[in-house]
Design a protein around this ligand. Sequence first.
Ligand SMILES: [Zn+2]
Length: 255
Amino acid sequence: MRRRNFKVRIFIALAVVAFAFIRNWSQRETNPYTGRVQAISLSPDQEIAIGLQSAPGMAQQHGGVHPNNQYQALVDDVGKKLINSSVAKETPYKYEFHLLADENTINAFALPGGQIFITYALFSKLENQDQLAGVLGHEIGHVLGKHSNERITDSKKWQTIVMGAGAIDMGSVAQQIGQGELLKNGRGDELESDELGVKFMIDAGYNPEEMIGVMEILKAAAGPNRVPEFQSTHPDPENRIEKIREAIRKYKNAP
Ligand SMILES: [Zn+2]
């Protein structure tokens, strides 16, 4: 009786895993802005809604919006220029650029659907508008790359698998695989966003070489004891610089 029970459990587990993979496969489509095939499960409207819903909380975590209207206006201007001169304008996304008051955390990030943030700590380290364009262009790249959408879809897949594997008590194994998968996507996302950022900079008339300046700033901020590349979700700035140089060569002479 017990033995049969075990077989039933394995069957259920395999069925759930198969379901998760088939559903994930059926969600695959070609991203119209990057040309890359990816599994996504949220519509642009849903992405925009999630972004708008999460934006106040994200701002709160970084001390709210920065009180200086002139700085905020500069962030808006550069952001709008990047949008209006690139394919980003042809998307259904609603872009908003927020300068956050946080003076300690050097960071910028994007929520799905077009909510984009830069902390004052990073903003104050930038040397020119081209570098600001580099940071914002990279973040716009995350939005067009639908990276959050992809991540959410992937984590739903692994949740389903973990649930199924729970029937044979292998949950933690599946979970670890899931985490590895998520990390791998994160690295690719960064490189894809760097490349898109370079393209948007060129489209909007900014100097794409300044994206390398941004990497130098990030490198200096991380200090000499930065974690080895393979341990980090973010690729080594040195590795990113190489890829950025490739992207500049690729897009600079393109029409
Ligand atoms: Zn990024």
